[in-house]
Design a protein around this ligand. Structure first.
Ligand code: GLP
Length: 259
């Protein structure tokens, strides 16, 4: 893995936003269709802000061919809950993008698993089928959990996993409580519906973003691995032919060969 290393989070976010914007422009120009896989969490917030600024410079772009699939959604949670991934995405990206460019209709062009579904198996099947109806994901944006999770594929997830109900790891519940639920773990759902590692690996291209010292240990683990392992689900990306790793100095740190 040979990441691009940036001095700051903002430099990383701005650079990745330009690459994503170029990919969107290119796909819409060449085939008027682009399937974008999106992530939530704190890391992509800067990317979405810089992307919106770039979309503002091109109000002429016809975005009706842009389709977005999010990696995951908590379960159980109603889409209208303030900290559902539906609400997060609407707040930080889909709503502002529709304001900037009305050819993007969030309701029709975005897909996030339904955290209030009465039938999990049916919802997971529906989600996988919806992705395949659009061909495949052209570009998947990923963050990475401190335990190596991608989406909500926690340690123990291998490359055969598909969209399914997953149990959140205790560290994930604590971290998400601290970040989004005012530290109250009781408010954090214990499960989520997540694209599987296998689903993610079918993306044509993957951009993984990592920022901050909390990601240093898991990135160092990846640097030392030759073989993918379910213990660090992000390690399956090491086999993908078109992954780009974008990290900041804080996350990459000074590599210390383990004695
Ligand atoms: C959450 C999300 C992941 C995200 C990860 C890291 O669990 N389900 O998609 O990559 O946490 O989040 P952050 O970017 O806030 O560190």
């Amino acid at each position: 893995m040979h990441p691009q290393i940036f001095p700051t989070y903002q430099d990383l976010s701005s650079h990745v936003a330009q690459k994503v914007f170029f990919r969107i422009e290119q796909h819409l120009r060449d085939k008027n269709h682009m399937v974008l896989g999106l992530a939530t969490g704190k890391t992509p917030i800067g990317l979405y802000a810089h992307l919106l600024a770039l979309f503002e410079t091109r109000p002429d772009l016809n975005l009706s061919g842009l389709v977005a699939f999010n990696l995951d959604e908590y379960y159980p949670i109603p889409p209208t809950a303030p900290h559902s991934y539906h609400s997060e995405m609407q707040r930080m990206f889909f709503g502002p993008l529709q304001e900037i460019n009305p050819s993007f209709r969030a309701e029709q062009q975005t897909h996030i698993p339904h955290g209030d579904t009465p039938d999990i198996k049916k919802e997971c099947r529906r989600y996988e089928e919806a992705i395949h109806r659009h061909g495949s994901i052209d570009l998947q944006i990923l963050g990475i959990g401190t335990n190596g999770h991608i989406g909500f594929n926690e340690p123990g997830s291998d490359d055969t996993t598909r969209t399914r109900l997953v149990d959140l790891a205790p560290e994930t519940i604590q971290i998400n409580a601290d970040k989004f639920f005012h530290g109250d773990t009781n408010q954090v759902p214990r499960q989520a519906i997540s694209m599987g590692v296998g689903t993610i690996l079918e993306a044509t291209e993957i951009f993984l973003l990592a920022s901050g010292s909390s990601k240093r240990a898991i990135l160092q683990d990846l640097r030392e691995r030759n073989e993918p392992t379910p213990h660090n689900p992000a390690s399956y990306l090491l086999r993908h032919p078109h992954v780009r790793w974008f990290v900041d100095d804080e996350a990459w740190g000074e590599y210390k060969e383990r004695k």
